[in-house]
Design a protein around this ligand. Structure first.
Ligand code: ADP
Ligand code: MG
Length: 350
């Protein structure tokens, strides 16, 4: 186990600021997700931590000691990429032992470590197979075993599940979390998939344009986004926005309540919504509409999406106008210019 820190870490490729000043600190044994859109600098960050790329400036420390300049082989770090690249001509057993053999680990210890990872990942029955005869999920377990067998201080995952199909992806996610709970190896987990980050991680760092936008538990990010980027990136459908000149009011789809569901004293806004379209999703309905009245001064009639947690059909249909209420405790206010969170007091509601 280990604590990983980055300090003002930067990586520029000519004019491209791939990583533009990242300060992170994991807790010991934590699974920290790095969540951001494609091109936000996630892989560059991971490659620097692994030692595959030199920082332009800044520092990387493991347990308080800098690792910058130390070659990848001498960093006690295991990295699992999207494409696992098992050696096709070796059995699963040989694949897993390979990193130990390459380091000339005594064979008795090799056997012990192999037993350990085989037990943890439950791959006993795969050991004599060739990688070509494994399913996607099985290959992933073997790749994990091969990374784990080195007993790393740090695990680095860069979108390890993105080549699996949706169905086994959620199962693989559960297995990864279980593996982490058993080993408690400090882990950085890169993904662009918010569900993966929220579902898997102890904390999530949201990155955008090479910088950390916010770091917090999944619940903090969802309920308390510190800027508009985080508010829009996390949540599906995303947070609704009412945009005025100075301020943006945000609220989650499930916080757009039918009028009867919110006491008067708690209301921040009452929106008159023309329902355009209803979508049935099994345990819930999505309500697509246009706000016709009730928005703050200067706000153009925006489109909104509401979420009703009910299996039965809503008490209204397409084309109807219905009042929906946003409670004060559910509204988030942002400065329109900077995008940063602000207090409600600056807002004049018509
Ligand atoms: P992510 O993993 O979040 O998709 P990357 O770290 O791969 O993002 O890339 C961040 C930015 O840096 C992108 O604009 C990408 O094009 C650029 N970049 C990454 N690697 C290189 C490189 N070797 N040379 C030039 N530009 C690069
Ligand atoms: Mg990447």
């Amino acid at each position: 186990m280990a604590v990983l820190q980055t300090r003002a870490l930067k990586k520029f490729y000519g004019a491209i600021r791939a990583v533009d000043g990242i300060d992170l600190e994991t807790e010991d044994g934590e699974l920290l997700a790095i969540l951001g859109p494609s091109g936000s600098g996630k892989s560059t960050l991971m490659r620097m931590v692994a030692g595959l790329e030199e920082p332009s400036s800044g520092d990387i420390l493991v347990d308080g000691v800098t690792v910058v300049g130390i070659p990848p082989k001498r960093r006690n770090v295991a990295m699992v990429f999207q494409s696992f690249a098992l050696y096709p001509n070796m059995s699963v057993r040989e694949n897993i032992r390979f990193p130990l053999a390459a380091r000339k680990v005594p064979s008795e210890e090799q056997r012990r470590k192999l037993d350990w990872v085989v037990r943890i990942l439950e791959i006993e029955d795969l050991l004599n197979r060739r990688p070509t005869r494994l399913s996607g999920g099985q290959s992933q377990r073997v790749a994990l075993a091969r990374a784990l067998v080195r007993d790393p201080q740090l695990f680095l995952f860069d979108e390890p599940l993105s080549s699996l199909d949706a169905q086994i992806r959620s199962q693989a996610r559960g297995e990864l979390r279980e593996l982490h709970d058993r080993t408690r190896i400090t882990t950085l987990y890169v993904t662009h998939d918010q569900l993966e980050a929220l579902g898997l991680a102890d904390r999530v760092a949201v990155v955008h344009e090479g910088r950390v936008q916010q770091i917090g538990t999944p619940r903090e990010l969802y309920h308390d986004p510190s800027n508009l980027f985080v508010a829009g990136f996390i949540g599906d459908p995303p947070m609704n926005r009412l945009e005025a000149e100075d301020v943006v009011i945000g609220f989650r789809p499930e916080h757009m309540l039918p009028e009867a569901d919110a006491p008067h004293g708690e209301r921040a806004l009452t929106l008159d919504v023309e329902v355009e379209h209803l979508e049935f999703l099994g345990a819930e309905w999505l309500v697509y509409g246009v706000v016709r009245a009730g928005v703050p001064m200067g706000v153009r009639p925006p489109r909104v999406i509401g979420r009703l947690r009910q299996a039965g059909p809503p008490a209204f249909g397409t084309g109807e106008r219905k009042p929906f209420v946003i409670r004060r405790s559910d509204a988030c206010y942002f400065d329109a210019r900077s995008g940063q969170r602000t207090s409600a007091s600056k807002v004049a509601v018509a």
